[in-house]
Ligand binder design. Structure first.
Ligand code: VG1
Ligand code: CO
Length: 550
């Protein structure tokens, strides 16, 4: 590709600013159609480039999960970055870059920020969703102070500037210039695969995979395909075909790239109903989530965090032990019990990875996770799907036992937190907010009332004071804490794009001496009925059952 060293700067004036560019739990996420509205993407990028520190003369990392709109967005961002005086823009072949790999590149290249193009687990394509996530210099999602400032800037924006340039050539690694900005196209997998080899015992995992242990990995036609093929099939020697749906497609093959029992149904059936495979895993659109399955055994993500914490020292990268752990508020307290036994601190944060950033930067935690299939560590500042899969494989390789045996052993030692999340997706916004506000207003009167055969001990709206910088975040979910340690949480999603999504989180603890092998829906049945009666979920949403049960 020719160097575009003398491309002219253009200025575009906006008639009026956009009003709807408030970032949610994980960046700005809207329909692909909305992002095609003239100046829409540009407005958010302009605001971000104005707000994020270190842009002029700095480095930025840009890439995405390959969904519809990815390539166009990279071109737009490159032209705008050049006009804003960015010195170097790092992107990847095909523009394919998973969220965890982006976090790693931001950190290793000391970039000022990253722009990750993904709506994560939301469907893609012209009729699907698109998203832009802004990450800071630590490699993690920008904190609220920054996303609030970006939002404020979008609401006052009068225009944006860019350098006129032709489309970037991303077919192979290389380097060229746009204006005075250097563009570097890297292989998006190399550095990430190297990082994984510093953390896990690849020899032990390779030996496991060369034996009669059978692995199935589902990339869901999303970003992890090339990463998983390199790591599992090339570096670790798993047979070709281990990685299913490994080609990233603009619409994820029409699927919903969310690794859970509903949307990764084929893989779930393979593992839960058949005996051909010992281990199954899937990642989401942008590669930061993971689902772990054993033969006839589903590992609840909250339990997965607890198991990794309990067994962490088996992996070389964590052999020295953990400084502490953290989980988001709706995640079950399974990890708390392990942390207590290990004598390490355990923090409870609001939903969203950005709240782990300060704790990781300050060295107060090593591992962290969310109930929504997100697990990660201090190796980067994002959750990391393939990292979690490798961690599990490392543990299984060292222990030489099955996933089901690990779970039985874990519950037998720490007790079991029966847990489930019920999602009611795409419900009318008024119904969702009506229901939520009603329960919120009832909260002061709920304490002391009977609920599912227990008594409500506390009813509040979760607020968090960051132990590192003291910043306060409120309104993070309605909690009903029961006198036996069980709890129900209600939250409205910050990542949906159609109507509203209500999430109901249910949790109940059984000690090692109790019944450890029930179906969670059965173990939680009384609480499920009680919260429906209290919040009038079925009548107000008009839905007989949740869209997704985890
Ligand atoms: C959901 C999950 C949350 C996660 C977020 C982003 O948010 O519940 O735990 O951090 O998605 O994940 P919400 O607001 O819809 O509940 V991802 O894979 O988009 O980066
Ligand atoms: Co994701």
């Amino acid at each position: 590709m020719t160097d575009l060293a003398d491309a002219p700067v253009r200025q575009v004036t906006l008639d009026r600013p956009f009003e709807d560019q408030k970032p949610g739990t994980s960046g700005l996420r809207k329909s692909s159609q909305q992002f095609q509205t003239p100046h829409y993407l540009e407005s958010f990028i302009e605001a971000s480039l104005r707000v994020v520190p270190g842009i002029t003369g700095g480095t930025i990392v840009v890439g995405g999960d390959g969904r519809y709109g990815n390539r166009r967005a990279i071109d737009v961002i490159a032209r705008m970055a050049a006009a804003h005086g960015v010195a170097k823009l790092i992107t990847t072949t095909g523009g394919i870059l998973s969220t965890p790999a982006a976090s790693n590149l931001i950190r290793s290249h000391a970039a000022a920020c990253g722009v990750i193009l993904s709506a994560s687990h939301n469907p893609g394509g012209p009729d699907g969703d698109f998203g832009v996530k802004i990450n800071g210099a630590n490699g993690g999602p920008a904190p609220e102070s920054v996303t609030d400032a970006i939002y404020a800037a979008t609401r006052q924006l009068d225009g944006y500037r860019f350098l006129e340039a032709e489309a970037l050539s991303l077919d192979s690694p290389g380097s060229f210039r746009i204006g005075s900005m250097q563009v570097e196209v890297l292989d998006g997998v190399d550095a990430y695969a190297e990082l994984m080899q510093t953390l896990f015992d690849f020899d032990a995992i390779a030996a496991l995979l060369r034996g009669n242990f059978r692995l199935a990995f589902d990339a869901m036609h999303a970003v992890t395909g090339p990463y998983a093929k390199r790591i599992f099939e090339q570096l670790l020697g798993a047979p070709a075909g281990t990685v299913r749906n490994g080609l990233p497609l603009e619409d994820f093959g029409g699927g919903h790239p969310d690794p859970n029992l509903t949307y990764a149904h084929d893989l779930a059936e393979l593992l839960l109903q058949g005996d051909l495979y010992d281990f199954g895993a899937a990642c989401d659109g942008d590669g930061d989530r993971n689902m772990i399955l054993g033969r006839r055994c589903f590992v609840n993500p909250s339990d997965s965090l607890a198991v990794l914490t309990a067994q962490a020292t088996l992996a070389p990268g964590y052999a020295a032990g953990l400084a502490g752990v953290a989980r988001s508020m709706p995640t079950s307290a399974a990890v708390d019990v392990v942390a207590r036994e290990l004598g390490i601190p355990c923090f409870e944060t609001p939903t969203g990875w950005k709240f782990f950033g300060n704790l990781l930067d300050a060295g107060r935690i090593t591992l962290c996770g969310e109930e929504s299939f997100g697990t990660g560590s201090n190796h980067i500042r994002e959750k990391d799907g393939l990292w979690a899969v490798l961690f599990w494989l490392n543990i299984l390789a060292v222990r030489g036992c099955s996933v089901a045996e690990i779970m039985t052993e874990h519950w037998g030692r720490f007790g079991r937190h029966y847990y489930s999340r019920h999602d009611y997706e795409a419900i009318a916004s008024e119904a969702a907010h009506g229901l939520y506000d009603r329960v919120k207003s009832m909260q002061p009167t709920l304490v002391g009332q009977a609920f599912a055969g227990r008594t409500i001990a506390t009813a509040d709206d979760f607020a968090y004071s960051d132990p590192v910088d003291g910043s306060l975040t409120s309104g993070q979910g309605l909690r009903l804490l029961l006198d036996d340690g069980s709890r129900v949480v209600l939250r409205l999603s910050g990542t949906g794009t159609q109507g509203a999504t209500l999430r109901v989180y249910l949790e109940s603890y059984v000690p090692p001496s109790g019944d450890l092998h029930q179906d969670p829906q059965v173990a939680l049945a009384e609480m499920i009925t009680a919260i429906d009666a209290l919040a009038e979920i079925r009548t107000r949403t008009g839905m007989e059952r949740p869209t997704v049960i985890t």
